[in-house]
Design a protein. Sequence first.
Length: 408
Amino acid sequence: MGILLGCNATKALVLGAGKQGVGIAWDLLRARDIDEVDLADVSRTRLGQDAGKLANEKLRTVELDVRDRESLLRVMKSVDVVANALVWDLNYGVTEAAVEARVSVVDLGSPSSINRLDQAAKSAGITIIPHCGLDPGIDRILISYGVSKLGTVEEVTVRCGGFPQKNLLPCPLDHKITWSFEGVIASYVDWDDLFEPPTGMGRVTIIKDGKKVSVEKLSGLERLHFPEPVGECEGVYIHAPLDVIANLSLKNVKECYSKTVRWPDHFEKFKTLIEVGLTSTQPEKIDGVEISPRKFVVSHLSRLLQYWEGEGDLVVMPVDVNGYRSGRREALTFEMIDRYDERNGLMAMSRTTAFPCSIVAQMIVRGEIGRVGVMPPEVCVPHEKFFTELAKRGIKIASSHKEDIWLA
């Protein structure tokens, strides 16, 4: 489906018709600066289902396997900006193709190898902005904003999580998924550690007391309290925004970490899966069939942990940036809580992950970024414009900084 467009029409391509890709397309379809949105996916069935949900004359669906380089380039060359909502391991190849097609691209998260394309992107005159989702994404821009308000920064901490609103029925693992369950496991267990003994836990590097230290993932358990109706939650170490610290050239940071937030007891239950080897990728032969424990667990729990139609989720994210301004100690706290949009049927995770990607893609189209090459959002996205756009979509961030009236 689609509409007839003039030669000066602005077209956006969304890669991936999962929950996040559909969220990006939903937002782009409502943008006055975008005349057509091409939603591409390898699955014709998924495209058919999602086209019906989006139902907009500006929408066109494209059956596309991004591993087919020739087809990908042909589609990319017909658009003005690409919003990439594909899985992590496809993103380098997709971005490399974008450089060849000379089209700017925004994504939800990419490997660090994406930085190798910086000079090629500059030569092509395009803008590549990875990590424009929730975490990474909104957190990075909040950190950047907080840093801009302080002379010296000593502490940068993030706590972020998405999970079901309090269920009426019991929920396995006290959690449900808005991404692939493979991605959940990957975030809890380092890729480098997958072939360690099944009881081995992944590790993450954080900054503690001014030094980089390696800590066990799912450690550092912390009880957290959010305003009702959220209430009590738990947070543990999963990753740390150390690259943000480097990108912003911060020299005096003494504390830096990020904790993932879930309902109480979720992490303890998940640790059991790891400890008994159910996240191992080592194949085992059962009744003549070879399969890894992880592959079975992903397949089985991916069905059990799906949200049912109309079930609400929520997202919480406090970000703290502490240090000194004009010689005085200052603590800046930003807190975002977002909930399922019942009216439009949009998950909170889709809103807070997909909308930032759409907003930044639109900024590129409008010429509001004004730079070329590969750059993360913390160094190039204009703070006030970004958060104003989030607020227009009902995503509001409370701030302890009394000057931030545009955030609240």
